[in-house]
Design a protein around this ligand. Structure first.
Ligand SMILES: [Zn+2]
Length: 261
C-alpha cells in the first residue's frame, strides 16, 4: 500500500526481524521476512542510540509492523511497533538457538522482494510454537522439511531417485547430491550415499507429509530426531554451498546438554 506524503513515498508492512547488522555510527540494517515483499533489508536510523524508541521493536525474532519510506539503497524505517514479542526465546539460550536456526533458514532460502506468504506463515507459526513450549527439536525438523518444500528443495522420499520406482518402507539409502532416497537395490555399493535406516526414513516421511498437529502428538526419541537432523543439515549445507552458522551452534549446545545429563 503506497501513500504519498509530500515527495516521500511511504508504505506499511508487517514482518519478522531475522537479523541486524551494525551500520555507521548509530544505525542498523535490519533484515526482515514479510508476507508481501519476501525478504527485505531496511535501514533503521539511530537505533543504537540509548534514546531510540524504535530499537526495542526491531530486535531479532520480533513480529513488527513498520512504516517504511522509499530510499535509494535501502528503504528507511520511519515507525516500528512490535506486534508479537517472543519473550521465552530471548531468555532461554537453547530456544534462542532454535529460533536463530529458523531465522537463518528463512534468510538463506528466502527470496528478496518476492511475495512469500506461506514462508512467512511457517516462520511466524513456528516461532509462536517454540515460544509456547512445544518440543523444539521436533518442531524445528518439521519446519526444515516444510521450508525446503515451499522453496523448491523438497527431498524426494517416495520414489527412488535413480530407478524411479515407488519406495517401500525398508532400510534404504540417501544421497544429498541426488536429492533423496535410493531403493536398497540402487543404493547398494555406491559411494555417494549414506545408509537410511527404516526408522529415520519413516520419520522423514512423516515430518514432510503430515500436518503439524499430527507431528506434535508424535512420541519420538531425541536420538531419532538427531539422525534426521544430521541428514537434513548435510542436505541443507549442500544446497546452500556453505553450511548454516546456526547448525554448528545447535550441535555444540546439544553436546553440552548431553554431557550435563
Ligand atoms: Zn532404485
Amino acid at each position: 500500500m503506497m501513500q504519498a506524503r509530500g515527495r516521500i513515498r511511504l508504505y506499511r508492512t508487517e514482518g519478522i526481524v531475522l537479523r541486524h547488522l551494525e551500520y555507521g555510527e548509530a544505525d542498523r540494517i535490519v533484515t526482515m521476512c514479510t508476507p508481501d515483499l519476501g525478504k527485505v533489508r531496511v535501514l533503521a536510523k539511530g537505533v543504537r542510540k540509548p534514546t531510540s524508541r524504535k530499537a526495542g521493536h526491531l530486535e531479532p525474532f520480533t513480529r513488527v509492523e513498520v512504516l517504511l519510506a522509499k530510499g535509494h539503497t535501502w528503504d528507511i524505517v520511519t515507525q516500528a511497533e512490535a506486534v508479537q514479542v517472543f519473550i521465552r526465546l530471548r531468555e532461554d539460550l537453547r530456544l534462542l538457538a532454535y529460533a536463530a536456526h529458523m531465522a537463518e533458514m528463512v534468510d538463506r532460502f528466502g527470496s528478496e522482494g518476492e511475495a512469500d506468504a506461506p514462508l512467512y506463515q511457517l516462520l511466524s507459526l513456528s516461532l509462536s510454537r517454540l515460544d509456547a513450549g512445544d518440543r523444539p527439536d521436533l518442531l524445528t525438523r518439521f519446519f526444515d522439511l516444510h521450508l525446503l518444500s515451499l522453496e523448491g528443495y523438497q527431498p524426494e522420499l517416495f520414489r527412488c531417485v535413480v530407478c524411479g520406482k515407488e519406495l517401500t518402507p525398508a532400510d534404504s539409502f540417501f544421497s544429498v547430491e541426488r536429492g533423496g532416497v535410493l531403493c536398497p537395490e540402487c543404493g547398494q555399493g555406491r559411494d555417494d550415499v549414506v545408509p537410511l535406516p527404516l526408522g529415520t526414513f519413516k520419520l522423514l516421511r512423516f515430518l514432510q507429509r503430515r500436518e503439524y498437529n499430527e507431528v506434535k502428538a508424535l512420541d519420538v526419541r531425541s536420538s531419532s530426531l538427531e539422525a534426521v537432523g544430521r541428514l537434513l543439515d548435510r542436505y541443507i549445507a549442500y544446497h546452500l554451498e556453505s553450511g548454516l552458522r546456526s547448525a554448528k551452534f545447535l550441535r555444540q549446545l546439544q553436546a553440552q546438554t548431553d554431557r550435563s545429563r
